[in-house]
Each structure stands twice: as C-alpha cells, then as structure tokens.
Design a protein around this ligand. Structure first.
Ligand code: ZN
Length: 373
C-alpha cells in the first residue's frame, strides 16, 4: 500500500484497521507511517511515536528490542544483541551516552522493550542495573519509550533537534513544497443560512446551505439529535456550500454545524450550531377539522380497509399517507383531483402499533392517530 500510494515531499500517514497486528509501524528515517485506527484515539501516542521513527528517532531502549525477557535483577551486559548488531548499553553516569543506547544524552538509560505502566511519578516500577552496577528506573514520559500512552508526553530537546535536523538535511521537500491553498482564517465567522435557526422544515429533501468561507475547499457537515453532537445522524464531507438530505425522521429536533478546511488549514473549528425541527409537511399549515374529514375505524385489524369521508372541502390534488410511530412513511396513495368523497383505503399487513394517517389537500391537512392490530 505504501509503495503504491506514497506521495513525494509528504509525510504519508496511513490509518488502517490492522497494522500488521501492532498499533503502528514506521521505518527509521522514512516518509511513511502506519497507524491502526483502534490506537489513534484521543490521548493515544502511536502516531507521535511512529512519526518520531520516520524522522530518524530510535527507541529510548535502543538495542533491547530483542531482549525483552532479560532478568533485570542482574546487571546489564556491556553490549546487547539485536540481530547481527552488538549495541553498547547506556550507563547511568552519562559517560557513554553519545555512543550507547539511543545515543541521546538527555534521555536516561532505558532497557524496557515490553509495554509497561508508569508509577505515579512517571517512572517504571521495574529497577534496572547498568553494567557498572548502578540501579535506576526508566522515565515514562518519553514518547519513544514503551510506557503506557497516558504516561507519555514528550520528546527530549535532543530528540526534537534530531527530528528537525532530519527534515532540514534529508526531507527539505516537506517544508519547501508549495501548497496551492491559502490559509483559512482561524475563528473566521461562519454563517449558516438554511434551514434558518429553529425553523420547521419538511422531513424530506431538507436543504442545507451556508455562506462560503474564504479559501475553504471542503466542508464537514454534521447533523445530530443532540446539541453535543455525541451521536451523529449525518457526518459527511462536501465541496459545495449546500446539500440536500433525502429524508430524516419527522417530528424531531435536530442540530447541525459545519467545519471548513483545505489542504493548508486542517485544524479549524466547527461553526456554532443551529437547530431545526422536521415536520410532515412544512407547507400544509392549515388543519382540516373533524366536520370535514372522518376516518373509521381508528382500531383496525390488518390487512383491512380504512374509510375516509370528505365533506365541504376544496377540490385539489388529494393524497393519503400513513406514518409509523418513528415518523417513517409506510404508505402513500395519490388520488389527483377527481376522487370520491368516500374513500376505501386498503391497509397492508404492517406490524401492530400506533400510526399516523395523514390526508393532504393542497395546503390543508388532517392527521389522525390510528391503531393497527
Ligand atoms: Zn517504535
């Protein structure tokens, strides 16, 4: 996948469902990292760790990768084996820190190549003994170590310098590349135009629109039943500044918001939210009354027939609809203008429960609750 897709002068980041049964991997000094989706949640450090490798950093425990079963009650040997290499073991007194272990002097010795959990002091509970007999614990704050992700928070100053040197000497294309898009102003005001805030809209063909944000090429549109957007009805990316959604359940309140972005600006924040309510038909605003429409029976064994009697109504296109309790349309019959004032409506074998029968003539409607059994 990397050889097919890598883009030059780019740090290529692949998020995958399975990263070779690891949380992630990257070659030391490369332009690609692979991270498993399940290891890329908020607060997790795999992506940072793999980017460290791609920008030339070894593990803080460099050399110990294949010695995870070492008995740390014993002093460490002077050299540790990794493949065909013998790697000098780092001493606590810093006397060999430029050649030994990860070859950084501001990351203390660390021999732990199994995953481990920090103590409250961000140290390992496992004591290690260096070749001189000096004992120490590992610093869990380093992203290039194997402490738990909660404990990791930093690269050392020398590690940061090494990553910068790697970019400036070998990956200058990462910073010299021209990006066609101009920045999107942070906190630029975003105007949501339709639906208007707190508007009632028909539950079908819902039209969303907002004003273009300067320099934005894409927008994320989110629709949720919850003002926190913790559960999403819709989460989509579009290049236009409007979108029509085919249908949402009716008689519900929804919240929506957008986030603009482009190739340059990927860290913008969401707009403030607007809300709207879905209704059966926003244009049928006049209610017909019981003298004009009669529905019998209201408790119906299905399959069966409903009878609708119409009296003193204007002659216009007539339709009859049936909705289930969640607002989903389950039946629609169109009659045109030439209908009888007594209608026999066949009702199929829907599951038993409460339904809404809706009779619509021009901008008038009649809604009646019926029970199917
Ligand atoms: Zn690693």
């Amino acid at each position: 996948m990397r050889s097919r897709n890598n883009v030059v002068n780019t740090m290529n980041c692949y998020f995958v469902s399975n990263a070779a049964n690891a949380c992630g991997y990257a070659n030391i000094n490369s332009i690609a990292v692979v991270v498993q989706n399940s290891c890329s949640n908020s607060g997790e450090r795999t992506w940072s760790h793999e980017l460290g490798h791609a920008l030339s950093l070894p593990h803080t425990f460099r050399g110990w990768e294949e010695s995870s079963d070492y008995d740390f009650k014993l002093p460490a040997p002077k050299y540790v084996k990794r493949g065909n290499d013998s790697i000098l073991v780092e001493l606590l007194d810093k006397s060999n820190c430029e050649e030994a272990g990860d070859r950084f002097c501001d990351t203390q010795p660390d021999y732990l190549s199994n995953r481990w959990n920090c103590t409250g002091m961000q140290r390992s509970s496992i004591q290690q003994i260096d070749p001189n007999g000096m004992s120490f614990t590992s610093d869990g704050s380093f992203i290039m170590g194997y402490s738990d992700d909660n404990c990791q928070s930093r690269f050392s100053l020398e590690q940061i310098q090494a990553m910068r040197a790697n970019i400036f000497s070998q990956k200058v294309g990462l910073i010299n590349r021209t990006i066609s898009d101009a920045p999107i102003e942070a906190n630029a005001p975003i105007t949501l135009t339709l639906p208007e805030n707190n508007q009632s809209v028909g539950f079908q063909n819902i039209f969303f629109e907002w004003l273009p944000v300067t320099n934005a090429t894409n927008y994320i549109l989110q629709v949720s039943r919850l003002p926190t957007f913790s559960v999403l009805e819709l989460d989509t990316i579009i290049t236009a500044t409007n979108l029509t959604i085919k249908e949402l359940p009716s008689n519900r309140r929804y919240y929506w918001r957008i986030l603009p972005y482009n190739n340059y600006s990927t860290c913008n924040t969401f707009s403030s939210r607007n809300s709207f309510t879905t209704v059966l038909d926003a244009t049928a605003t006049i209610n017909l009354d019981e003298r004009q429409v009669t529905v019998t029976p209201t408790l119906l064994a299905v399959p069966g027939y409903l009878q609708i009697e119409l009296k003193d109504i204007i002659r216009d296109d007539l339709r009859v609809e049936l909705y289930d309790i969640t607002g989903q349309l389950v039946m629609r019959n169109e009659y045109g203008r030439s209908f009888n004032n007594t209608l026999q409506i066949p009702i199929e074998n829907h599951s038993s429960g409460i339904y809404l029968l809706r009779v619509v003539i021009a901008n008038q409607q009649f809604v009646r609750k019926i029970v199917l059994e």
